[in-house]
Design a binder for this molecule. Structure first.
Ligand code: SF4
Ligand code: SF4
Length: 397
């Protein structure tokens, strides 16, 4: 994969990014990607200038998607934020949200208690004091992690093997999505390997300014995944933010050995299945089912430039109707919408999508990103599912 170039002078000031930045439209205080990103970078290179309004950037990447000059605006913003926090103290709230893996490991010891704790009035008041919104759709912890449940699966041994990187959200919050991925891969004669020694991809660390820790995570993950890639195994993800991080953001942010080798072998699960289809290798023995869905493409999928593979895949399933919502960002952008001072902005950003969903009359929305699913249920009052769950149902597994 080609590296993005960092010279802020490649910005031609066309303003396409400003038009497509959902946060600029929702909050006047934010100067927008053109000024916060490349223009601000010129000042930052020359002086210690730091625009406090940079905090409003959610790292949703709509600026990157729209930029005709391939300026990695969001990454410039995240790097500037991390530089600022080298000399300024981060709020404890940001530590909590960025260390979601450590928080989840602790909560997983007693998930029942942790969930009760997050949802009672007193804890919500404490979280609010820390700067986490008491209205935000915080995810519940699963009673058993994906790792734990995966160890109990008796897989059909296969010559073809793939590595599945579930990421923190699937592992600790929605393990059922990971189980669906394994079932679908088994239905296609693949044996699944899950490297439990891998760590959080680092996406929540990057957005909160913990770039050095994110780089350490990247080094660990690249080292682990490179060994599997050397054996010829592709790496599958089912969370678009983890996938983006492993495929693209590591490339933009860090210089690491084996990075090119790893990035080029990371596949979103639906992207992987569509490639099988193109090669005539996909098991298309789908059962007929009934379902009418709206599909929301996460921003972190759209920036990967691979189209909307899960939409194409679900459209192949007999009896399933699916319409692309095509209504922009849901607003949550990782943990951005959980923050008390960003909650209203996130809801304003997502309002177009919520209205589109409500007007459609569908009761279930499909999306490939876990936190998008949380925000959609919260903002539009509908059920949500990962598209791979609909594919699994079509296999009758
Ligand atoms: S990452 Fe999103 S919020 Fe930040 S500048 Fe780009 S479009 Fe705007
Ligand atoms: S879209 Fe790209 S080239 Fe245009 S103003 Fe934004 S950063 Fe500059």
């Amino acid at each position: 994969m080609k590296k993005h170039h960092y010279n802020p002078d490649s910005c031609t000031t066309c303003t396409a990014c400003v038009v497509h930045c959902p946060v600029t439209q929702a909050v006047r205080e934010f100067r927008g990607p053109k000024l916060a990103g490349p223009a601000g970078e010129r000042f930052r290179l020359a002086t210690d200038d730091y625009d406090a309004a940079l905090e409003y950037c959610s790292n949703c990447k709509n600026c990157d998607i729209s930029c005709p000059s391939r300026v990695p605006v969001s990454t410039l913003n995240m790097k500037a934020r991390a530089n600022y926090y080298k000399t300024h103290k981060q709020p404890f709230r940001d530590w909590m949200l960025s260390h979601s893996e450590q928080m989840a490991k602790m909560a997983s010891l007693t998930p029942g208690l942790a969930n009760m704790g997050m949802n009672n009035f007193l804890s919500k008041a404490v979280l609010k004091k820390l700067g986490i919104s008491d209205k935000a759709p915080l995810p519940a912890y699963a009673s058993q992690s994906f790792y734990k449940q995966f160890r109990k699966i008796k897989q059909q041994p296969q010559a073809n093997k793939v590595v599945f990187y579930p990421g923190c959200f699937i592992n600790y919050n929605q393990p059922e999505v990971g189980l669906d991925v394994v079932a679908v891969l088994q239905a296609n004669q693949f044996e699944v390997i899950v490297p439990e020694e891998a760590v959080c991809c680092g996406s929540p660390l990057v957005v909160n300014g913990y770039l050095e820790e994110a780089e350490a995570n990247a080094r660990t993950n690249v080292g682990i995944l490179a060994k599997y890639i050397e054996q010829g195994y592709p790496i599958i993800t089912a969370c678009t933010s983890c996938g983006l991080m492993l495929k693209q953001e590591y490339q933009e942010l860090f210089e690491l050995e084996d990075l090119d080798k790893v990035s080029s072998r990371i596949y979103d699960i639906s992207e992987f299945l569509l490639e099988l289809y193109d090669e005539g290798q996909l098991n298309t023995n789908f059962r007929k089912q009934t379902g009418n869905y709206l599909y929301h493409a996460p921003c972190h999928l759209r920036v990967q430039g691979i189209g909307k593979p899960s939409l194409e895949l679900v459209r192949m399933l007999p009896g399933v109707e699916v319409t692309d919502a095509d209504a922009g960002c849901c607003g949550i952008s990782g943990n951005y919408g959980f923050k008390d001072d960003k909650y209203d902005i996130a809801m304003a950003v997502g309002s177009n999508l919520f209205e589109t969903i409500k007007a459609s009359g569908v009761t279930t929305v499909l999306s490939d990103c876990g936190t998008c699913r949380l925000q959609i249920s919260h903002g539009a009052g509908v059920k949500t599912a990962h598209p791979i769950s609909i594919v699994r149902a079509a296999y009758g597994k």
